[in-house]
Ligand binder design. Structure first.
Ligand code: G16
Length: 542
């Protein structure tokens, strides 16, 4: 490997002295001004990973739901999944190495992972709309070219589009055409084919209002509109023309604040959804006649999709193993509904789609969603092949039609990662096929009132968790205090965990009433503040 050229180019992307960063829940994330060297080095790492896997690797420059001033980087593995955990550790070592240590760290990775340095490498780079993203993407490209590898700059793309492109490239087009246009064509065709199967023939007027979070999702949805050929009417808000990215809008704001994006006038019965900053999350919502806000988050989306797939399974008469994967943030009512009423097994993993994705791969149909709206469905090879064969060859006309619906559904879902556009289309198609309103969807079960808060502490690493982040191990006394507090409320549950994308500790609480959920979340926040080194003012009552 040509370390001279790495050294020379690295000098243009030098690391701020003493800066230490950690590959978090979804890559590195911090203020954009600290990230130039990280981007260059992730370009280098992507080349090594590409050589090792003999596949294209993706690098996405984005900080997703974080404020516009932040930025970050997510690495995409060959099948479009998140980077393997062992490589997350290499990423951290490389990002934190001093200039002189870099050749040793790179050589160490080459040895540990038996990387054939003579193997050709290919890296695809994408970026979101943040002002800092263009220069940071250039730093990634510099890293890739420093090791003499081939690089393709896809420019402005959503994170799920880059995941899709990587999967297409590495499956020789079997998953689709490896371009943004190929993505639009695949999804819009599947949407048209699926909605044509509705009793109405799919011609009934479907309208959805979309908050694009002033980000890349808005841009790409606009581009996609003509491919949808009026099968869906999209009213786009927060499209980036004058608002700030994720500011008082977007999926994270709506989910955490439990209110609509700032300034939106929602008429009763109108269906709304919000994307996040890189369009890999979505939440739905509406106002009822009394003006009350109703949120349909990742849990409600998982329930809607699972119900639809379970009904399809009955129609095609196949016994495929289906499960739902959630995290500790899943509302208790959703888990109860899935397990007790739907009789679907539910599993809980740590936060981070990489964990949910991994678990979902164990089933023929693995539906995974985080409550924040990040999720998708995975289908095993057997499930896909059986369904597609039935769609072509099944003698029973009813079963064949159901199998076609199943196959169209598989084609509409972006199986590589959670995808706001693909998820929106599948939800719209299901509502049409089931002739269901957003109110009927919401009524499937009632969420337990809940509250999420953030606490600033000096070092969030003092909090260590276990049991899929539902209990703390350190600091001493914190879990006992949380247990005592939880006992004071009915139907209650609470947990805390250090965020892997923001410099905060997250607090979640649910209880029988909103007042109680708020009081519990606040009391737990105070406990975190006192036992985990809170900074600034003690959390005030809500
Ligand atoms: C990322 C991850 C999600 C995770 C979220 C928040 O989302 O992909 O799986 O739920 O961060 O993580 P944390 O609570 O650790 O900050 P995104 O959309 O911001 O990339």
């Amino acid at each position: 490997m040509d370390f001279d050229s790495v050294k020379r180019l690295s000098a243009c992307h030098s690391k701020p002295a003493g800066l230490l960063l950690q590959y978090g829940t979804a890559g590195f994330r911090t203020k954009a001004e600290y990230l130039d060297h990280v981007m260059f080095r992730m370009g280098l790492l992507a080349v090594l990973r590409s050589k090792q896997r003999r596949s294209a690797i993706g690098v996405m420059v984005t900080a997703s739901h974080n404020p516009e001033e932040d930025n970050g980087v997510k690495l995409v593995d060959p099948m479009g999944e998140m980077l393997a955990p062992a490589w997350e550790e290499y990423a951290t070592c490389l990002a934190n190495a001093e200039e002189l240590e870099m050749p040793f760290v790179l050589t160490d990775i080459v040895h540990k992972e038996s990387v054939d340095v003579n193997q050709k490498a290919f890296v695809a780079v994408g970026r979101d709309t943040r002002p800092s993203s263009e220069n940071l993407a250039q730093a990634v490209i510099d890293g890739v070219t420093a090791l003499g590898a081939q690089c393709q700059d896809y420019g402005l793309v959503t994170t799920p589009q880059l995941h899709y492109i990587i999967c297409c490239r590495n499956t020789e087009g079997r998953y689709g055409t490896a371009t943004v246009e190929g993505y639009y064509q695949k999804l819009s065709k599947a949407f048209a084919d699926l909605t044509k199967q509705a009793a109405s023939g799919g011609d009934s007027y479907q309208c959805v209002n979309v908050d694009g979070a002033n980000g890349i999702g808005a841009l790409k949805l606009k581009e996609m509109e003509h491919y949808l050929q009026k099968r869906l009417s999209v009213q786009l808000f927060n499209d980036g023309t004058n608002g700030k990215l994720n500011h008082l809008c977007g999926a994270d704001y709506v989910k955490v604040q439990q209110k609509p994006p700032h300034g939106m006038e929602m008429k009763p019965a109108e269906r709304w959804c919000s994307f996040d900053g890189d369009a890999d999350r979505i939440v739905y919502y509406f106002n009822d006649g009394a003006g009350h806000f109703h949120l349909l988050d990742g849990d409600k989306i998982a329930t809607l999709i699972s119900t639809f797939l379970k009904e399809l399974l009955v129609k095609v008469d196949l016994s495929l193993k289906m499960a739902v994967v959630q995290t500790a943030y899943a509302n208790g009512s959703s888990t109860r509904y899935l397990e007790d009423t739907m009789k679907v097994p539910v599993y809980c993993t740590k936060t981070g789609v990489k964990h949910l994705h991994h678990k979902a791969q164990e089933f023929d149909i693995g539906v995974y969603f985080e409550a924040n709206g990040h999720g998708t469905v995975l289908f095993s090879k057997t499930a896909e092949e059986t369904v597609r064969q039935m769609a072509n060859e099944e003698a029973d006309a009813k079963k064949r039609e159901a199998a076609k619906m199943f196959a169209n559904t598989i084609d509409l879902i972006n199986q590589t990662v959670g995808d706001a556009i693909s998820d929106m289309l599948i939800i719209e198609a299901i509502l049409l096929l089931k002739n269901m309103s957003v109110q009927q969807w919401d009524a499937i079960y009632t969420d337990l009132p809940n509250r999420q808060l953030k606490v600033k502490v000096a070092d969030r690493r003092v909090i260590d968790t276990t049991d899929a982040e539902r209990r703390t191990v350190t600091p001493p006394g914190l879990q006992e205090k949380i247990d005592d507090l939880v006992k004071q409320y009915k139907l209650s549950r609470a947990f805390v965990r250090p965020s892997g994308t923001e410099d905060v500790v997250r607090v979640y609480a649910e209880a029988d009433t909103q007042e109680n959920a708020d009081a519990l979340a606040q009391a737990v926040s105070v406990a975190v503040y006192h036992l985990a080194g809170g900074v600034g003012e003690e959390p005030a009552p809500l």
